[in-house]
Design a protein around this ligand. Structure first.
Ligand SMILES: [Zn+2]
Length: 248
């Protein structure tokens, strides 16, 4: 079996003298590893494309007896040189991709994940100033929304009232719904201000690449962080602890 696809490279390593393994995100197959035999020396087959954070058009075959993916040739589509010049941006992208690797398994949602990653890389690549330290939280929320855990942030799930007409709304984490103040019970929900709701609504309708330098005020940061942490722990089963993504 053979296929040709636009992918994003996460990591590249060398084994033996001239061979590489490549960890990449495919829009149809998810995050997979392939092998580029002779990849370190073949300029004809992999002309400068085997580097992390490149978008590459790969021609891939299944290898002998379908035991592994063999990368036959690659063409560089985007190298994101502006992003790679800045260690801060590279570190932040690495943080987001590690999170993606922790939660995204299998093929479902891979095209959406690919779009999200490409938009993020493009956003950082074109950013002249420093990235927002809050961006990884925004990325996590957008990823959860795109991986099947989207929320209606406009209407109360119970009475259908417009949430923005109230000062705040309650998010029932386990049910994955928002409720207006009249419909929230006594416990079991997180309170989000209308400003935080407006951010979530805006996030659902804009590309993630536009958020790379967005810095919210302190109370909005706290509110969005609490929501992201609780929502992602429950629905995606992971959490950030001491700079590591852990299963919980
Ligand atoms: Zn209601």
């Amino acid at each position: 079996m053979e296929f040709t696809e636009k992918v994003v490279i996460f990591r590249v390593g060398t084994f033996r003298e001239n061979d590489c393994w490549v960890r990449f995100l495919s829009p149809s197959r998810g995050i997979v590893t392939g092998f580029a035999f002779g990849g370190r020396k073949s300029k004809r087959r992999f002309c400068g494309c085997l580097d992390h954070l490149n978008q590459v058009l790969f021609r891939v075959s299944s290898g002998k007896r379908n035991q592994y993916l063999s990368l036959e040739e690659g063409t560089l589509l985007q190298g994101f040189a502006g992003l790679k010049k800045d260690p801060l941006k590279v570190g932040m992208v690495g943080n987001c991709l590690r999170f993606l690797e922790a939660v995204h398994t299998g093929e479902a949602g891979s095209a959406e994940a690919c779009d999200l990653v490409l938009s993020m890389l493009g956003g950082f690549d074109g950013l002249a100033g420093p990235p927002s330290p809050f961006f990884p939280i925004i990325f996590r929320i957008a990823l959860a929304f795109g991986q099947g855990y989207d929320l209606d942030v406009v209407h109360c799930a119970s009475c259908k009232a417009v949430l923005q007409e109230h000062a705040w709304a309650g998010c029932a984490i386990e049910e994955g719904v928002f409720l207006c103040p009249s419909c929230t019970g006594k416990a079991g929900y997180i309170r989000l201000s209308w400003q935080a709701l407006a951010v979530l609504h805006h996030l659902r309708t804009t590309e993630i690449g536009k958020w790379v330098d967005w810095v919210p005020g302190t109370s909005l940061q706290r509110s969005l962080y609490t929501f992201a942490d609780r929502y992602i722990r429950y629905h995606l089963g992971v959490a950030d602890e001491e700079n590591r993504v852990v299963r919980c």
